[in-house]
Design a protein around this ligand. Structure first.
Ligand SMILES: C[S@@+](CC[C@H](N)C(=O)[O-])C[C@H]1O[C@@H](n2cnc3c(N)ncnc32)[C@H](O)[C@@H]1O
Length: 284
């Protein structure tokens, strides 16, 4: 891979013969762990001339990119964007017009809170067809590592993926979305957790409702913290939860990884951060 930024001098679309046009793929990188990349994503990376990647992609994932390709970091770190959204779109379009095979690599799934829709619309607006490669979204990955079934016939007949941080920095209006029989997963919800807890209570959820906080799911720094709606704010503070992290709210979280020491581990998992393979120890 080559980390140099491609130049952004736009060839005029009309001056480029169709045969010279490259291609653009929006590729989901999954929640972080390299082995949660799909085979289709690996294939797209292996054929890329240039990869624009964001900060939730574990750098190991870039091992699949050929040495001759350019890898350009365009994500956010410490609240600052490496490249404005419009510039990312301009670069991708111009590279494709210059005949390059462009991969836009995004954390999780490109169409779940990942601005994949905006990039798709922009590219479609310029007449490009775009290949979209789905990825394992962090909600399902986090639930899996925590052993939390997001749906369960007895306690959750639906699951809602919500942002915890809308474009105006607020939480979405949850009025009418009763928690009974439902699981909520909040992306980007840590800084607004007190507001989310208050909205949930306002919608009638008991303060004792269990909440799981999963930090860095599938990554080496993975942590799973069990809390409740009422205790969430204090628990986030005392546990010093970092990013990225998700909140899973609902009765299903009580079914997650047991804390009891009456459990014994199965054979070690081949990968780190996968410590949920437990069986019940026969008591007495
Ligand atoms: C901008 S959204 C992108 C979501 C992504 N498109 C997906 O499908 O997972 C970023 C948020 O996803 C969640 N997230 C992403 N990766 C995560 C991980 N490995 N562990 C926990 N949460 C994660 C966090 O809530 C983070 O703030």
């Amino acid at each position: 891979m080559n980390a140099t930024l491609a130049t952004n001098t736009p060839p005029s679309p009309t001056s480029v013969p169709a045969a010279a046009l490259g291609s653009v793929s929006l590729v989901g990188a999954g929640p972080g762990a390299k082995d949660l990349l799909t085979l289709r994503a690996v294939e797209a990376l292996a054929h890329a001339d240039v990869v624009y990647y964001d900060s939730l992609v574990d750098d190991d994932v870039l091992d699949f990119v050929p040495d001759a390709a350019a890898c350009v970091f365009v994500g956010k770190r410490k609240g600052f964007s490496a490249m404005p959204q419009q510039d990312i779109q301009d670069h991708m379009r111009n590279d494709a017009l210059a005949g390059k095979t462009v991969v836009r690599l995004k954390g999780g799934d490109p169409f779940i809170f990942g601005r994949g829709g905006e990039e798709l619309q922009d590219l479609h607006g310029y007449g490009f067809s775009v290949d979209v490669v789905p990825g394992v979204t962090s909600a399902t990955a986090a639930a899996a590592v925590a052993g939390i079934p997001l749906t369960h016939r007895d306690v959750a007949t639906s699951v809602t993926f919500a942002t915890g941080h809308t474009t105006n920095g607020d939480v979405p209006d949850l009025t009418g979305l009763a928690l009974s029989d439902r699981t909520f997963v909040f992306y980007m919800g840590i800084s607004n957790a007190p507001k989310i807890a208050s909205q949930l209570r306002h919608s009638g959820a008991p303060g004792t409702t269990p909440v799981a906080v999963i930090e860095q799911a599938t990554l080496p720094g993975q942590r799973i913290i069990n809390s409740t709606i009422d205790a969430l704010e204090a628990d986030l503070r005392t546990q010093n939860i970092g990013m990225p992290a998700l909140l899973i709210v609902g009765e299903v979280t009580a079914l997650g990884v047991p804390k009891s020491d009456s459990l014994i581990p199965l054979a070690p998992s081949p990968e780190p951060a996968n410590d949920f393979a437990w069986v019940h120890h026969p008591m007495g």
